[in-house]
Design a protein around this ligand. Structure first.
Ligand SMILES: [Zn+2]
Length: 348
């Protein structure tokens, strides 16, 4: 089968489109999906650069997000059948550890992601547990393959961050960094669905204009404006209830300075660096909650697919590339030019 692989760690230059052995025939409880489109995430850039302890052998098929048609089902699978159009949840859990038994699949002790610890979605075929696929809901207009591929990782991540972890309430104010990114755009959509007021940031005024059209209440340019000062001015010195972080080092201090007393900071990423500092006296004095979050559990995934069906969580696609141009797709993501998801069409 054709696939986009890393031939070694060392960045985007190590990407290649090549023929690899087909994804294995599905075993009991598994399905094999003929991929139509795969969406990129910042994770794919980290994997290309070489995350310690993840990719164990090369060539390694990249891509966490994907959508396609069920090609074969393994013994015992009744939830889907060949020909079904499906979304893929990229987080693979063992469904047996104490956290899985408690319904917290993204806390699984054996949690693995497609394209990181396992062969990814940028291939003509991928084999995954049947737990990890959901039928693509019917929408008007119908979801494109690119939209379907763009849905799972960022929507699940943002949903758990805001709804489960930060427990965002109607009337609250949320600060969302870097609105070009997929998690941030999904967070904006989810914040507005919950009746919150959304302040979003970017270094790019065109992206801020687009964010206003997508429902952002206030837009701030972090290149030209001091975010915490602006937030204090907008909120009568109070600060925001919730901050959605995924940048890490570059935005951390400003995130804390923007947070109200008793506020919640929820983080799912560290795209500008993982090490930050924290003055514990400010943490306890202000009663802050600092919340980590990764992906989401099966119930949350079911819920976001239900919301997608209701037309509430349609993903935003930035640009679609043919598979032969996967490297250009990675380069667009690496330069941070996108507003929404960068997608690769695997077959059409
Ligand atoms: Zn588990």
């Amino acid at each position: 089968m054709r696939a986009c692989v890393l031939t070694a760690t060392g960045g985007i230059d190590k990407l290649e489109i090549t023929d690899v052995p087909d994804a294995p025939a599905p075993q009991a409880g598994q399905v094999r999906v003929a991929i139509r489109a795969a969406a990129l995430n910042h994770l794919d850039l980290f994997v290309a650069d070489g995350l310690p302890g993840t990719v164990r052998s090369f060539p390694h098929i990249v891509g966490a997000d994907g959508a396609g048609m069920v090609e074969t089902v393994g013994p015992g699978v009744t939830s889907v059948q060949p020909g079904d159009h499906v979304l893929i949840n990229p987080g693979i859990s063992d469904y047996s550890c104490e956290f899985c038994r408690a319904g917290e699949h993204s806390l699984c002790v054996n949690y693995r992601l497609l394209g990181e610890h396992l062969p990814g979605t940028a291939a003509e075929l991928v084999t995954v547990p049947a737990h990890n696929v959901a039928r693509i809901p019917s929408l008007s207009p119908e979801l494109t393959w690119a939209e379907a591929a763009a849905f799972s990782l960022v929507t699940l991540t943002a949903w758990r961050m805001l709804v489960t972890r930060a427990q965002l309430k109607s009337g609250e104010t949320v600060l969302i960094w870097g609105i070009g990114g997929g998690v941030s755009l999904a967070a904006l959509r989810i914040a507005k669905l919950h009746g919150a007021r959304a302040i979003v940031t970017s270094s790019n005024d065109a992206k801020l204009d687009a964010a206003r059209r997508l429902g952002a209440d206030v837009t701030l340019n972090y290149r030209t404006q001091k975010i915490s000062q602006e937030v204090r001015a907008i909120t009568n010195k109070r600060g925001v209830d919730v901050v959605v972080e995924n940048a890490g080092a570059a935005s951390w201090d400003e995130s804390l300075r923007s947070l109200r007393r008793g506020g919640r900071l929820v983080t799912c990423g560290a795209t500008t660096g993982p090490h930050v500092s924290l003055d514990l006296r400010r943490l306890f004095w202000h009663h802050w909650s600092i919340l980590g979050s990764t992906m989401g559990n099966a119930a949350e995934y079911t819920e976001i697919v239900r919301r997608l069906e209701q037309g509430e969580l349609r993903p935003i696609v930035d640009r679609v590339y043919p598979m032969a141009q996967t490297r250009q797709a990675f380069e667009r993501l690496a330069r941070g030019e996108q507003l929404g998801k960068v997608v690769v069409e695997v077959s059409s």
